[in-house]
Ligand binder design. Structure first.
Ligand code: KG4
Ligand code: ZN
Length: 376
């Protein structure tokens, strides 16, 4: 089966061509093209939906054309068009969905709608390079999947390719969102996750004691907004040279959200690079410790054979290493999988991958974009 896949749920405009042999349990990438409007968003400190959608309108046709060209396939060789139906920004989703509908109508191809979140998980079944082909074939069920992106932090029990049970998720900020919002407090460009990881290498991860929210709770939920508040207090304290309490406004949370939205912090000199690096290292450590503790607990409870990571935060090498270390330390018979970095962040190959495993085709006029889509 050969699929043209389209992904436009957030700020990326992506198209890929993938193929899957029915006898194999991995997907081959024939072309994978991603255009991003991140340079715009780096300046504004976050994604502006209107700008993202306008850029995607410009990119979508050239990106789809390039993916088909790179794949060396003819349009007649393509069996179906997969597209992200949700969740995401409605303006962005519509560009992908309407493009898929138009091409489906013109080329007389069926459409396969794909949940973006499940796409992130199925990035683990993509084999871009032949050397990882063998490893892919070893993913065994049941598995725990940790989905950590800019918009989501979810733990799922995956019993097989079609059977998912949602165990828990974030009650407020997602892990990637926490990295990005804290980055904004530190005047780092968006997206801050990769920059915080880089700066952390030079930081002292024991200098500040930031909270590890919900680390001991019996459920599989997460909460990262308290961490953001703690960093805000620390940054204010460092800038003003006052105690955390003195540095805080009285109506704490509303003022904090307002300050974060406007990027307002205590006046004063910019923090020194070494201090920023220390904050980054401590923040990264807090987030990773919570993610690892809950993932391992779920893996033990459900006696899984594999752990799969997905989403942009799964690029983080410390997260990968820490999980690997804990699995070894606890002598668990569990294999850890994560997609290569270019497949952790938003891309269309992962959407094509999910579609290859779930080729539930529909006519072009049946698909509807759903920004609120979650796990069923
Ligand atoms: O999956 P993704 O590309 O988009 C969503 O579906 O949200 O994830 C983007 C998120 C951003 O929040 C970004 O800061 C984070 O992934 N991210 C990282 C790293 N690379 C990307 N977070 C921590 N460490 C990284 N190396
Ligand atoms: Zn994503």
């Amino acid at each position: 089966m050969k699929i043209l896949a389209i992904e436009t749920s957030c700020d990326e405009t992506a198209a890929a061509v993938v193929s899957k042999n029915p006898k194999e349990n991995y997907v081959k990438v024939l072309a994978n093209v991603v255009a991003s409007s991140l340079t715009f968003h780096a300046k504004t400190g976050g994604i502006i939906p209107d700008i993202a959608a306008r850029e995607q309108l410009k990119f979508i046709i050239p990106v789809v054309e390039k993916a088909i060209d790179n794949s060396k396939l003819k349009i007649k060789d393509i069996d179906a068009i997969a597209v992200t139906e949700g969740p995401g920004l409605i303006g962005s989703l519509l560009i992908g969905v309407e493009t898929a509908k138009t091409l489906g109508y013109l080329w007389k191809k069926p459409i396969i709608p794909v949940n973006h979140l499940l796409g992130h998980i199925f990035a683990n079944f993509v084999s871009e390079k032949s050397k990882i082909k063998n490893q892919k074939s070893k993913i065994e069920f049941p598995a725990i999947t940790l989905l950590v992106s800019g918009g989501h932090t979810d733990l799922l029990l995956m019993k097989d390719y079609n059977n998912f049970e949602w165990l828990g998720g974030t009650r407020d900020d997602a892990a990637g969102e926490a990295f990005d919002k804290i980055g904004r407090l530190l005047n780092l460009p968006y997206p801050a996750g990769p920059i915080i990881e880089k700066l952390s290498e030079r930081g002292i991860a024991s200098r500040f004691t930031f909270p590890r929210p919900m680390i001991g709770s019996k459920d599989f939920d997460f909460s990262f907004s308290g961490l953001k508040a703690a960093v805000w207090r620390e940054v204010n304290k460092l800038k003003r040279g006052v105690t955390p309490e003195e540095g805080l406004p009285t109506a704490r949370t509303e003022r904090l959200e307002g300050a974060l939205a406007g990027g307002k912090l205590a006046a004063g000199p910019q923090l020194k690079e070494a201090v920023i690096a220390d904050i980054c290292a401590c923040v990264q450590k807090s987030i990773i410790e919570v993610l690892v503790r809950k993932t391992i607990r779920a893996a033990k409870k459900y006696k899984v054979k594999s752990i799969l990571l997905g989403g942009g935060v799964a690029c983080n090498q410390k997260l990968r290493d820490h999980l690997k270390f804990e699995i070894g330390n606890l002598k668990l018979e569990i294999k850890l999988f994560y997609p290569e970095k270019s497949l952790c962040t938003d891309n269309a190959a992962m959407i094509g991958s999910y579609a290859c495993f779930h080729p539930e085709k529909m006519s072009w006029n049946k698909i509807i974009a759903n920004p609120e889509l979650y796990f069923d």
